[in-house]
Design a protein. Structure first.
Ligand SMILES: *[C@@H]1O[C@H](CO)[C@@H](O)[C@H](O)[C@H]1NC(C)=O
Ligand SMILES: *[C@@H]1O[C@H](CO)[C@@H](O)[C@H](O)[C@H]1NC(C)=O
Ligand SMILES: *[C@@H]1O[C@H](CO)[C@@H](O)[C@H](O)[C@H]1NC(C)=O
Ligand SMILES: *[C@@H]1O[C@H](CO)[C@@H](O)[C@H](O)[C@H]1NC(C)=O
Length: 365
């Protein structure tokens, strides 16, 4: 085992010899990372500002900047800090903030006990399952401006008292859906799949459990960890789903993260809605390869958990994601990055290779 690791480390050192650190940005260029430490970034643009939130484990904090790529000294505002002793008091992960029906909705993952379920719960899991009590929660911000909104805890988003993380809203033909990372059964532990349910409003699920659908499971070797070991469920995940719409063709994609978030193989993958019904697993088509993944020549590893926004003049699409700056320090190596991306002729997104730049700043910035 040790020998294997050492060989892998040497291989990486070899690859990295060509790497030179980025030159400092000018006002027409920027460098990654845009935030030096952080994971699960969620960015959106509203009026004259970009807004950013990301996992900090203890609360939901919103940052605001005039610039997509410059977050030094950005204003920050507390959206929600949970009271102690609730099912959502600890381990707040992957917050997202959506504008729906005239109000703002912060949706996030949390658990009651710092990921330490009592042994009498743990014992039911096939593998260890620290996240067995993670669920999805919604906080509502009333008003049309996210900075001025008054935020209040609204509800747990029903996932049938089963594991749920990284939930997002998906909209299609006036119907709202909840798509989140789920297990097949309550105590599975692994693999993590993508589940979908129908919503009546941003905090109320209308599907009974019998209608919950699993639209993606880790099936390819690159969705499983360790990479390439066939028939391996443990550490194999589909998570971090995000809706991405091609505004020219109307094609709907779900970009999600696959494999395992604490190592180099974490990557972004793609489902396309090729039928009419997001609740029908057969209406989704998975791309057979990852679409955005590690780039060791630029020290970019463990690429995942993206969100999408546009340049200030609306002419460019941008991906905001996290990556590990080294392959060995796991979650603590994650930083937040942003890059422009284009579209292929068939209407699918055409992501660049992840890196540090310098890159041109967003058009209109
Ligand atoms: C880039 O900026 C940093 C911090 O301001 C400075 O220490 C460094 O020398 C600069 N590097 C170059 C290549 O100008
Ligand atoms: C960027 O713009 C600011 C404000 O206009 C200016 O003070 C600064 O010198 C510029 N920096 C560079 C590297 O051009
Ligand atoms: C929210 O959590 C962050 C990270 O722990 C902390 O730095 C910040 O002070 C908290 N905000 C408030 C208002 O408590
Ligand atoms: C808290 O979580 C437990 C375990 O999932 C559940 O049984 C209980 O009903 C939850 N409490 C509330 C108030 O929702």
């Amino acid at each position: 085992m040790f020998k294997l690791l050492l060989t892998a480390a040497l291989a990486v050192v070899g690859v990295c010899q060509n790497y030179s650190p980025p030159k400092n940005s000018t006002n027409s260029t920027y460098n990654n990372p845009i935030v030096n430490e952080g994971a699960d970034p969620w960015m959106f643009r509203h009026d004259d500002y970009y807004y950013l939130t990301y996992s900090n484990n203890v609360n939901v904090t919103l940052f605001r900047s005039k610039s997509l790529t410059d977050w030094n000294g950005a204003d920050s505002k507390l959206v929600f800090a949970p009271p102690p002793g609730m099912n959502y008091s600890t381990d707040l992960w992957a917050p997202e903030i959506h504008y729906l029906n005239g109000n703002w909705y912060a949706i996030f993952t949390a658990d009651p006990l710092n990921d330490s379920p009592p042994p009498e719960v743990e014992m039911w899991c096939e593998y260890n399952c620290p996240a067995v009590h993670h669920r999805m929660f919604v906080v509502e911000g009333t008003g049309s401006n996210p900075w001025e909104a008054v935020w209040e805890y609204k509800a747990e988003l029903d996932t049938y008292d089963q594991f749920a993380i990284d939930g997002t809203y998906f909209q299609h033909k006036d119907q709202l859906y909840h798509i989140y990372s789920c297990w097949h059964r309550k105590y599975d532990g692994w693999p993590a799949n993508l589940c979908i349910t129908k919503l009546e409003n941003p905090w109320t699920v209308s599907s009974p459990f019998s209608e919950r659908q699993i639209i993606s499971v880790p099936e390819y070797p690159w969705e499983k960890t360790p990479f390439g070991r066939a028939g391996n469920d443990r550490l194999s995940s589909n998570e971090g789903p995000q809706q991405l719409t091609n505004s020219k063709t109307g094609q709907q994609f779900l970009i999600y993260s696959a494999a395992r978030s604490d190592n180099r193989n974490y990557c972004l993958a793609q489902l396309e809605l090729v039928g009419e019904d997001p609740m029908n697993p057969g209406d989704w088509r998975k791309h057979p390869q990852p679409v955005f993944y590690q780039n060791p020549t630029q020290k970019s590893y463990g690429i995942g958990h993206a969100s999408f926004t546009t340049s200030p003049d609306d002419s460019e699409d941008w991906i905001v994601y996290h990556g590990m700056k080294d392959p060995t320090n796991g979650w603590s190596a994650r930083t937040i990055r942003a890059q422009k991306f284009d579209w292929n002729e068939d209407g699918t997104p055409n992501f660049p290779r992840p890196g540090y730049g310098p890159y041109e700043v967003p058009s209109g910035q």
